[in-house]
Design a protein around this ligand. Structure first.
Ligand code: ADP
Length: 470
């Protein structure tokens, strides 16, 4: 593996792994905080209800006294069951401590000067709770009303380790599970990103090979996912490029071969005229006539090559409704003089209602080339039949002749560029093997289909089927 291949994918792998990690860390952070916060809130709410109720219970017990003083409070407190309370402080209206269960010291001047006591003296119930060091520390302060007047406060304080322990163990369990998840995700993401990066690396390597001209190069196809589709598409593309490249090479080789032969013979004839001083005027004229025929053939070939190139480049969207009978009549009219030379009659039986989605020049080219071939490859005096009719949703064009026919094994290849069955005979007939290639390309462009029925000596019938245009 080269560096240029490894580095981008190593970076990509790292990027995916980091994104994975960031997502999983956010999720784990949520997992570790949200349930704890919700549990804390539930405990706070319970504590609030419990402590405020208990404080209000004590406050009600005290509200029956005449005057809120140390003796009255001590007497009232004796009658209450206070076994569960952590700390109870009762103050009078000046925040002076009247009762404190956490100390035996009954210092009369001790005051509980806390903001919440002052607030409770204003007539409000105050509650506060917080979770710290594995303990819920909560307090509630409520006013004591004696004859409808705030005469003091009840201050309840509780430090709950039991619920704190439960919350701590929940936190611990969540943390352990999170660490386990983190390790598993790390291992899985490392495995997944390595596999992914390896496959992408292979794909990139193959793309680079194809880019460098190694058409036909195949990448390994694995699995059954979107990357597999990409791998298969790349292989198909590579094959198609190979095919295109080899037909391009073949085309260039064939074209130069086709050009070289007439050019060489023209040069030979020109040299003969120039170098042979004693050449007669008659022979010179014959040579010049041959040169003219060859140039005419070359110019026909150039026209056909141009037509082929245009057909290859034309976008399919330019199709329009074309009446095939019109194109057929035009082609027959153009070829009648050629047919007359060989005493061939062209019979046309054309259904006027055959319209196809095509391009009128392309349709003309198809019919012209087929009828021209039928005339070229028929013996003198044999008729050529052109028929056009509807067959369900299709339009069928037939061009039939009674010539020598085409051997079955050659029938597949006659649509290839520059392919001729009998090179000598075709050359004599003036053909370069491009006519049927034009026909094939045009038929394909108009979504049609072409078939040939023929047997040696039994003539030929070319059948072109197009989808009918409404
Ligand atoms: P060309 O310009 O040489 O005629 P085409 O591409 O039109 O080239 O045809 C390819 C070959 O197919 C021809 O060389 C000829 O051998 C054969 N062919 C085409 N049409 C006929 C036909 N109607 N009868 C017999 N052979 C035919």
């Amino acid at each position: 593996m080269t560096d240029s291949r490894r580095q981008p994918w190593a970076f990509y792998q790292l990027k995916i792994a980091l994104i994975y990690m960031a997502i999983i860390l956010v999720m784990l952070a949520l997992l570790n905080t949200y349930p704890v916060l919700v549990s804390q809130d539930i405990v706070f709410e319970n504590k609030k209800q419990e402590l405020v109720n208990r404080a209000n219970g004590i406050s009600s017990a005290l509200s029956g006294v005449d005057t809120l003083d140390g003796t009255a409070v001590a007497w009232a407190m004796k009658s209450l069951d206070l076994s569960t309370e952590n700390r109870i402080v009762i103050t009078d209206g000046g925040a002076r401590v009247l009762y404190d269960n956490s100390t035996a010291d009954t210092n009369v001047d001790k005051r509980l000067l806390l903001g919440e006591v002052v607030e409770a003296l204003g007539g409000k119930d105050v509650f506060y709770s917080r979770y710290r060091d594995g303990q819920f520390r909560s307090y509630a302060v409520v006013p004591v009303l004696v004859r409808g007047q705030v005469a003091g406060t009840v201050y309840l304080y509780e430090a709950d380790s039991r619920q704190g322990d439960l919350l701590s163990s929940l936190q611990f369990n969540l943390l352990s599970v999170s660490l386990l998840i983190l390790v598993v995700v790390l291992l899985v993401s490392a495995a997944v990103t390595t596999l992914l990066a390896r496959r992408l690396g292979r794909l990139l390597h193959s793309v680079q090979k194809v880019h460098q001209g190694e058409y036909g190069h195949h990448t390994k196809v694995k699995g059954n996912d979107e990357l597999t589709q990409l791998e298969m598409s790349l292989n198909e593309l590579s094959d198609r490029l190979l095919q295109t490249e080899s037909s391009r090479r073949q085309f260039v080789a064939d074209a130069s071969h086709e050009l070289r032969t007439p050019l060489a013979s023209m040069r030979l004839m020109a040299d003969s005229i120039l170098e042979n001083e004693g050449i007669s005027v008659e022979t010179s004229r014959e040579f010049v006539d041959d040169i003219r025929n060859e140039t005419a053939r070359l110019s026909r070939m150039a026209d056909k090559l141009l037509t082929l190139t245009k057909l290859d480049a034309q976008p399919v969207s330019q199709l329009e409704p074309v009446r095939l009978a019109d194109a057929a009549l035009r082609a027959v009219r153009m070829l009648t003089p050629l047919a007359k030379v060989k005493d061939i009659a062209i019979c046309a039986e054309l259904d006027e209602h055959c319209t196809v989605s095509a391009d009128s020049d392309g349709c003309y080219q198809i019919i012209f080339n087929l009828v021209e071939n039928a005339i070229k490859y028929s013996p003198a005096g044999q008729p050529v039949l052109v028929t056009l009719n509807r067959d369900g949703d299709s339009v069928v064009l037939r061009v039939r002749d009674q010539g020598n026919g085409i051997p079955v094994e050659e029938q597949q290849r006659i649509f290839d560029r520059f392919y001729r069955v009998d090179k000598m005979r075709a050359r004599e007939a003036g053909g370069a093997g491009l006519g049927l290639a034009i026909v094939g390309a045009a038929v394909q462009q108009f979504n049609g289909h072409i078939d040939v029925e023929s047997a040696p000596g039994a003539g030929c019938c070319f059948i072109v089927t197009f989808p009918a245009a409404e």
